[in-house]
Design a protein around this ligand. Structure first.
Ligand code: FEO
Length: 164
């Protein structure tokens, strides 16, 4: 049985993962509408992954005798200043999610909830990957500037294909 404070933080994470999904969906739609098909593909796929992350929390809370709550989500931004700014936002958002996961990890240790601690290890590893791929894209964009955007768009599309 989940302790109430652990359940509450897990439910907070349901909201944060769900919001991540619609944030990336909005970014994907913006990229697609602006002719960046490869970047849009990457972001659409990220949106799906975040939905899966949300589901993992929902199922885990219920499996452990808690009650997962599906919240209303804030409306994500619909316009972005540019692709560099967009990926900067992705990176910052992932850093925020990592901090949020780490908070739950710390609470599980304080509460000696080793099952939830174990459940969270998948997310700890996933966050390393997500931060590193966002960082790699930000670095490429800053290095190459906007003139390599077309090539980058193709590269990101290929990256996605090789991840499937
Ligand atoms: Fe599920 Fe990208 O954090």
């Amino acid at each position: 049985m989940l302790k109430k404070n652990v359940e509450d933080l897990c439910n907070r994470q349901v909201e944060r993962e769900g919001y991540s999904s619609i944030l990336y969906l909005s970014m994907a739609s913006w990229a697609e509408a602006n002719g960046m098909a490869g970047i849009a593909e990457w972001l659409y796929a990220q949106a799906e992954e975040e939905k899966d992350h949300m589901l993992r929390f929902v199922r885990y809370i219920n499996e452990r005798g808690g009650k997962a709550v599906i919240p209303a989500f804030s409306k994500p931004p619909e316009d972005f200043a540019g692709i560099v700014e967009l990926f900067d936002d992705v990176l910052k958002h992932e850093q925020y999610i990592t901090a949020s996961i780490n908070e739950i990890v710390e609470l599980t240790l304080a509460e000696k909830d080793y099952s939830t601690h174990n459940f969270l290890q998948w997310f700890v590893a996933e966050q390393v990957e997500e931060e590193s791929s966002a960082q790699a894209i930000v670095d490429k964009l800053k290095l190459g500037g906007r003139n390599i955007l077309y090539q980058l768009d193709r590269d990101i599309m290929k990256l996605r294909e090789s991840e499937d």
